[in-house]
Write a protein that binds this ligand. Structure first.
Ligand SMILES: Cc1ncc(COP(=O)(O)O)c(C=O)c1O
Length: 471
């Protein structure tokens, strides 16, 4: 390894960042493209940077979908700006693994500092926090703690013979809640989907009725998961009312603010985290809308002792000498990447004013797109634009029901195939919507315009091929 890989890679990265906007957003390759282009046997001898770079540019780059592209509007769009990349580089170079305080005092304590900064930025209470890879892991960990509180013997004895434990989340909640329930051994049916109102928000009276019915049937209601910014409609569950019900019934309240929590940085959106101080745990994902690349998810815990009780299991070789936080006590994973470094770099480099300005600009761009949609015959906005996501649909004349949903899916695919922009679809009140999320720091008004032009152009092209489904 005589080549200077780090400098060469830094050069590659800066060229990539300068040109990413000119690449097709979605990888334009077929399944197998990478697998078939690379040899099945590992190289017997060393390869130079130049040889490796040839494969990077020739095989891997064409097979990348560019999440860091200014016209990536799918799912929840996000960013990987240079300070975050520097954080990733230095975390890798220093190879910090903060399983114990002594194995990285820097990573352990920076995590405390930076999660505290984030809590202050978002108006969250000064709770203990732990950085996980994803919101799925954070929610799993929160529900593991909730399970420990509801069934303290389960970690020793398992759940056999225990009355069924039940968990409540709205029918719009993310699938990670169901996965956590399955992985915790509660059984998928333990998750009760609670009805929502017309705005896709959990209905508190439906929650209360479900809890009471389960209790009457001999189950042990364990936890409620509220969502701030649902995956499809970006709806905000009524957390204050859900907190009151949770308290009255002794349930753990976990708030999934993986996407929506970031918006609370803006004074105009402080309301989205209203009531969260009365919850037991909340997850916010900096890798969604706080300008760090995947992975980085922050789990805040009112009472970290229950999480510690759920996860702490210390073999002799890991016995700690110091009286300090040992992060392995709060998670399933033992080894831990230094994820807080990239968040720290971004918060230092942007400052809170820069972060707030970026979030407000993204919301402005989303409202602008929503206005263009509303002003265009044949298009309509399907959900309120409270964050930086626009759910809208195309209603070509003569189409309804499944055919209309199909036409919207086809339109999304056509835009994505064009490479000009990338957007996804989402279910809104039983309809298939086009889902455009503004979340990349490089996205400017011209990029949103290009998305809208691509939607218009592809819709025009598709019109010629549509078969009306209505008489
Ligand atoms: C509301 C919500 N919660 C949780 C998740 C899961 O996020 P992660 O990929 O970090 O596990 C998502 C993913 O989009 C989401 O939309």
């Amino acid at each position: 390894m005589s080549d200077d890989f780090v400098h060469q890679a830094a050069q590659w990265v800066s060229e990539y960042l300068a040109g990413v906007g000119d690449l097709p957003v979605l990888a334009q390759v077929e399944p197998g493209a990478v697998r078939n282009a690379l040899p099945p046997d590992p190289p017997a001898g060393p390869s130079s940077w130049a040889e490796i770079r040839a494969d990077l540019d020739g095989v891997l780059l064409p097979a990348m979908s560019h999440w860091n592209h200014p016209r990536f509007f799918g799912y929840f769009a996000n960013s990987s700006p240079p300070p975050a990349i520097a954080g990733e580089l230095i975390a890798a170079a220093t190879n910090q693994n903060s399983m114990l305080w002594r194995t990285s005092p820097a990573a352990t304590e920076l995590e405390e500092v930076v999660t505290g900064w984030l809590a202050r930025l978002l108006g969250l209470p000064p709770w203990f926090a732990i950085v996980h890879d994803t919101a799925s892991t954070s929610t799993f960990s929160a529900l593991a703690a909730a399970r420990h509180r509801a069934a303290p013997t389960a970690s020793e004895d398992g759940l056999a013979g225990h009355p069924p434990l039940t968990v409540y989340a709205s029918e719009e909640a993310h699938s990670s809640v169901a996965k956590a329930v399955m992985a915790l051994g509660l059984g998928r049916r333990a998750l009760r989907p609670v009805a929502t109102d017309g705005g896709a928000r959990m209905d508190p009276s439906a929650l209360e009725a479900a809890v009471e019915a389960d209790r009457a049937a001999g189950a042990v209601p364990m936890a409620v998961v509220a969502t701030v910014g649902t995956t499809a409609a970006t709806a905000v569950d009524p957390v204050p009312a859900l907190a009151e019900i949770s308290r009255a019934h002794g349930l753990w309240l976990h708030v999934d603010a993986a996407y929506g929590g970031a918006a609370a940085a803006s004074p105009s959106r402080r309301w989205v985290l209203e009531g969260v101080a009365d919850a037991d745990s909340v997850v916010v994902n900096p890798h969604k809308w706080l300008f760090v690349p995947v992975d980085c998810s922050v789990l805040y815990l009112r009472d970290p002792a229950s999480t510690r009780a759920a996860f702490s299991l210390v073999p002799e070789y890991l016995r700690a000498a110091e009286d300090a936080t040992n992060q392995m006590d709060y998670s399933l994973a033992l080894g831990r990447r230094w994820r807080s470094l990239k968040l720290w770099m971004v918060m230092r480099a942007m400052g809170t004013s820069g972060i707030v300005a970026a979030i407000e600009e993204h919301m402005r761009l989303a409202r602008l797109l929503a206005r263009w949609v509303e002003e265009s015959p044949g298009f309509e906005v399907l959900a309120p634009v409270d964050f930086a996501v626009v759910n809208f649909r195309w209603s070509p004349p003569g189409l309804g029901g499944a055919a209309l949903d199909g036409a919207n899916r086809e339109l999304a695919e056509a835009v994505n195939r064009s490479g000009r922009a990338f957007l996804t679809t989402a279910p809104i009140r039983g309809m298939t919507a086009l889902h455009a999320s503004v979340g990349n720091l490089g996205t400017a008004e011209a990029d949103v315009r290009e998305l809208w032009d691509a939607v218009g152009a592809e819709a025009g092209r598709l019109l010629g091929h549509l078969t009306p489904s209505l008489p």
